[in-house]
Write a protein that binds this ligand. Structure first.
Ligand SMILES: *[C@@H]1O[C@H](CO)[C@@H](O)[C@H](O)[C@H]1NC(C)=O
Ligand SMILES: *[C@@H]1O[C@H](CO)[C@@H](O)[C@H](O)[C@H]1NC(C)=O
Ligand SMILES: *[C@@H]1O[C@H](CO)[C@@H](O)[C@H](O)[C@H]1NC(C)=O
Ligand SMILES: *[C@@H]1O[C@H](CO)[C@@H](O)[C@H](O)[C@H]1NC(C)=O
Length: 560
């Protein structure tokens, strides 16, 4: 066909050959546009443009963290973690310290107070948050802790606090003992204080020192220090110049340092002579975290609760097995003895009982100094366990105790970096997932692990990644040796300062529990045990608490 000067698209369209070409291009362009849109949505569209099912229903978009690329979680799991971490916050900018929640002005009231209650009955109280001028608060996010207790009975039970996001909170208790009881509620951090903690945590303010040892060309010993840190998105390694990178092949975890002045990278011997911090707090931040604001008991309803016996029983008599959920309350103290509601935990008062339980067992504890406390307690509680002197670092370990007659091996080692405080040899700090990967497991193997307190100053995604690695190792272990006992100790309460607060620990604790939810391990809750005891919070709890923790540990190892 010859085109004339009166060219017209419709005449063009009527020629079959050209029509075919046009359809061909329309098809290509349509698919092109479609795939471009899909691809860009997958890679970089803001969260608001993702379909709803990718988003959490009640968390607003600025609060949602994207799944960091190599974290390993499915979208569903990451979403669940985000929900667990959700925390209320002020609905406007806080410019004045008087606007924050005041422990002196806030109060609580027992709902529907009765003359007497039955054992096992629930008790509810309402908390009213007020600011320093006495005005009611109208948004949530305060961090309260609640308990019912009796000093004379040395009894206490942890209460659950629900944030209504409007300045009021509900506290729910179960009354587990016969006798008298009082309600006590304390403000750990105001909503404003929690925001400070969150901001500081997410702003990469902490790093470490590496200690390098080598020789100069003349053969004399040379020691050099350099700043080190975790390599993770958003975390900085201050300073200029070359770096040394130390990547763990199995976990992919990378530690890096500034290159020391003269020594090579492989001269790094010791971790962390000190923790270093950039002070990024404002004057107002420091007020919110000051003594006047942090950790105060509220003045509230001081009416005495009378609990009488009933014919019903509370709690559970199921024997301890893996995968059991932790209820609230998880148990209670009476005369300083903890009775568990998780399962029928036993009391191992007798040396013989403990020894029989540990007979023919290899117990590996992997974690921080709070697990080292367990190691030390067990060494004392089973006198036939003889501690070896491995001449290892006081904090990092490894430590070992053996009872040859009863065939017991007790072993402890610090988890891998980050770790604050000790000058430990870096080669002795092993990642927990690697340690687990190196064990065959079996009915004689018990693994007790915890990983928490040294991670509170880092972004939650970093912690989630570490816990994910441990879960992967635990799942593989339970697959190759299903009779292995794996026990995970949760966080306990302790510090309430800017860098190491219970609120930060609690957030990580939520991640830990979420990640191990359906893995078939024993979750040993020590949060409630430390939060409701009459002793002041201590990251390294008193023996009276540790003894109760160990009873549960042994109940998990020897349920019958
Ligand atoms: C903070 O607020 C209180 C009460 O609203 C007010 O009396 C005080 O002057 C304010 N302080 C500053 C520094 O704005
Ligand atoms: C706060 O919310 C709770 C639960 O929705 C409600 O019962 C209560 O009346 C509210 N309080 C105020 C002061 O709005
Ligand atoms: C907490 O961190 C700040 C820096 O943000 C530092 O100045 C302070 O000494 C630290 N406090 C504790 C108790 O470690
Ligand atoms: C407990 O006692 C109440 C009232 O005396 C009775 O109604 C109830 O059936 C009893 N429950 C059990 C489990 O015996």
């Amino acid at each position: 066909m010859i085109l004339d000067y009166n060219f017209n698209i419709w005449t063009f369209f009527h020629v079959p050959a050209y029509r075919q070409i046009i359809w061909y291009w329309i098809t290509i362009l349509t698919f092109g546009v479609f795939f471009t849109v899909m691809w860009s949505s997958y890679c970089q569209w803001p969260l608001s443009m993702l379909p709803l099912r990718h988003r959490s229903v009640f968390i607003n978009e600025t609060q949602m963290l994207k799944i960091p690329e190599d974290l390993g979680f499915s979208e569903y799991e990451w979403d669940q973690i985000q929900r667990a971490l959700h925390w209320g916050e002020p609905d406007h900018q806080i410019t004045n310290a008087t606007m924050s929640t005041s422990p002196d002005h806030s109060t609580f009231l027992i709902n529907n107070f009765k003359d007497s209650y039955y054992v096992g009955e629930e008790l509810h109280a309402t908390i009213f948050a007020r600011d320093f001028t006495g005005m009611p608060k109208h948004y949530g996010g305060d961090f309260f802790q609640a308990k019912v207790y009796s000093d004379t009975l040395k009894a206490s039970v942890f209460g659950e606090v629900l944030d209504h996001q409007n300045g009021t909170y509900s506290a729910r208790f179960t009354l587990p003992w016969v006798g008298k009881a009082l309600v006590a509620i304390r403000l750990i951090h105001s909503s404003e204080g929690v925001q400070v903690l969150k901001r500081i945590r997410d702003s990469s303010y902490i790093y470490y020192l590496g200690f390098f040892v080598g020789k100069n060309p003349q053969g004399a010993r040379v020691e050099e220090k350099a700043i080190c840190n975790i390599k993770w998105e958003g975390l900085v390694l201050p300073g200029e110049g070359e770096r040394c990178e130390y990547k763990d092949a199995r976990t992919g975890a990378t530690w890096h340092c500034r290159k020391p002045q003269t020594l090579p990278c492989d001269a790094l011997l010791y971790h962390n002579t000190d923790e270093l911090m950039r002070d990024i707090t404002t004057a107002l931040d420091r007020v919110f975290m000051s003594r006047q604001h942090v950790d105060h008991w509220l003045k509230g309803d001081s009416r005495q609760i009378r609990v009488i016996v009933s014919n019903s029983t509370i709690g559970t008599i199921k024997s301890c097995k893996p995968g059991m959920p932790t209820p609230t309350p998880a148990g209670f103290y009476m005369n300083n003895i903890w009775t568990s509601f998780v399962c029928a935990a036993r009391h191992f008062g007798d040396v013989n009982d403990r020894t029989q339980c540990l007979k023919d067992k290899q117990i590996y504890t992997m974690g921080d100094s709070t697990l080292r406390q367990w190691f030390e307690f067990l060494c004392g509680a089973v006198p036939t366990l003889k501690r070896m002197n491995l001449y290892s670092d006081r904090q990092v370990g490894p430590f070992m105790a053996v009872d040859v007659e009863n065939n017991i091996l007790l072993h402890h080692r610090s988890h891998g970096a980050p770790r604050c405080c000790p000058d430990g040899p870096i080669a002795a700090m092993h990642y927990i997932s690697n340690q687990i990967d190196d064990l065959a497991g079996g009915p004689h193997t018990v693994i007790v692990l915890n990983v928490l307190a040294h991670f509170t100053q880092f972004p939650v995604s970093f912690y989630a990644h570490r816990v994910y690695q441990i879960r992967r190792a635990v799942v593989a272990l339970l697959k190759r040796a299903p009779q292995t006992k794996v026990i995970i100790k949760t966080a306990n309460t302790g510090y309430k300062d800017l860098n190491r607060s219970d609120w930060l620990a609690m957030q990580l604790d939520q991640i830990l529990r979420e990640v191990f939810r359906d893995v078939g391990v024993y979750i040993l809750d020590v949060w409630q045990m430390t939060a409701c005891h009459y002793n002041a919070d201590d990251l390294h709890p008193a023996q009276v608490i540790v003894q109760n923790e160990i009873d549960i540990l042994l109940s998990f190892i020897c349920p019958n």
